[in-house]
Structure formats: structure tokens, C-alpha cells
Design a protein around this ligand. Sequence first.
Ligand SMILES: [Zn+2]
Ligand SMILES: [Zn+2]
Length: 268
Amino acid sequence: MRFVIDHDMHIHSGLSLCSGDPTQNPASILAYGKRNGLKTLVLTDHYWDEDVKKEPFEFYDIQNTAHIAPALPLPQEEGMRFLFGVETDMDKYGTIGVAKEHFDRFAFVIVPHTHLHMDGFTIDPCDDNIPARARLWVSRFETILKADIPFHKVGLAHMTCSLMAPRNIRDHIDALNMISDAAMTDLFKEAARVGMGIELNFPHQAYVNQGDFAVESNLRPYRLAKDAGCKFYFGSDAHHEAGLQEAPANFNAIVDALDLKEEDKFVI
Ligand SMILES: [Zn+2]
Ligand SMILES: [Zn+2]
């Protein structure tokens, strides 16, 4: 059975500083879920737990517990779950921004290893080159997999996000292609073993517009993940209404591109 698109588990509200859009709020997100017949929505504003030590970094100094709390209580609709989660981060020391004892505050926690645009916070200046960014993709994923966290409610956010090498799409593709099948497969086998979800939200059409090489470079990690037994969920990473509007067509394109079946689904 074809993978049923019945959820969106990575959505930002205006409380995320990079959104700041008052029209992107729990009510409008719920309406999006209703319009598209979704059964599970997860609000995942950016978050760093103030009880987890980090170096000063303004974005995460602000995105703390008090900052994201005004979204609660989330509006509910019959036949739909609207869950409270967060998108946290991992700094350059491998510290994840949710204290172990605070995971029970959230239904779902997504951690990106590809947020390599936060100079000084997630990446050192000496690593600002393509081979180092490829190495960091591997080592940061490994670090997440070694963390003592409840993987059944953890997702790897935007696994191939272009922020891993943010200068241009060429850098991004080059960095991905520097990582061997074997290195990726080792990571995916472990991700499948611990039971964490792998997020799907890459802009498929944007790669198609770049040509077959770009498409294949981006799909390779997901195909390897699927072969290794990983489970997947969709997350639009929408920060505005436009992101929500575009999501269903993109999700459908991804299901087709990866030939995803219902048994490939990660469920919380
Ligand atoms: Zn954001
Ligand atoms: Zn992100």
C-alpha cells in the first residue's frame, strides 16, 4: 500500500524568530491539517532548553521554554491530533538542546545535524569547507545516535538540508556526494536499530530543475536509509502559509520518487 500522507510533523509558528509571522499560528496550522485530511500535526518551534548549557547564541537565548509556551494549549479537532513538539539543535560540542529529563514535555523532538549555517555555534570557522562539512554530516549524525534520548519520539530533521553547505546548491550536492554509501548505511542501520524517525521534506522539484545528477545525489541517502530499514515521516518545515500550501504536492512527489509504502512510516 502506498505511503499515506496523513501527518505533518515539522511545522513552525510565528513564535519561531525566523518566522515571526502572526498569521502562522496554531489556528491556521490546524486549518491546514483539516484542509488536507491530516490526522497528526506537530508544532515544532525552534527551542533550546535554558537548563542545557551552551555558549551564548542570541537565537537560542531567546527560543527558550517561556518563549514557545504561548502556543499552548493547542486547538484540537475531532479525528486529528495536534501535538506539541520542538525543533531543537545540536551545538558544535555535540550537546543536544533538550535536557534528558525534559523530553516528557514534548510529544516529539526533532534534531537537525545539518544546521551548519550557525557559524561558531554549530560549526567552527576551520570547518568551513566542503570536505569538513561532509565529515560533520557523518560525525554529527553519529553523535545523535549515541545520545541517551527516547528515540521513539525523536526525528532527524531535514536530513539533506542545503544548510549543511549553505553557499550554493553545488556545494551542497558536492558535500553529500563525498559521503560514501558504506558510511551512510552504517548510520542508517543504527538509526533503524534505535528506532528514530527520518524526516522527508526536501524540495524535490528544485532538484529536478537542477537535473538528474542533483536528483540522484539528493535521493541516494534516502534510498540507502530505506534499504537499511529506517522509518520516515513528513515535515513541511513551513514557517509561513506558503510553506503549508506547497507541502502536499511536494510530499506526493517524494512518495513517488522513493516509492514509499505504508510500512515505511514512522509513527509516534
Ligand atoms: Zn526556522
Ligand atoms: Zn531546521
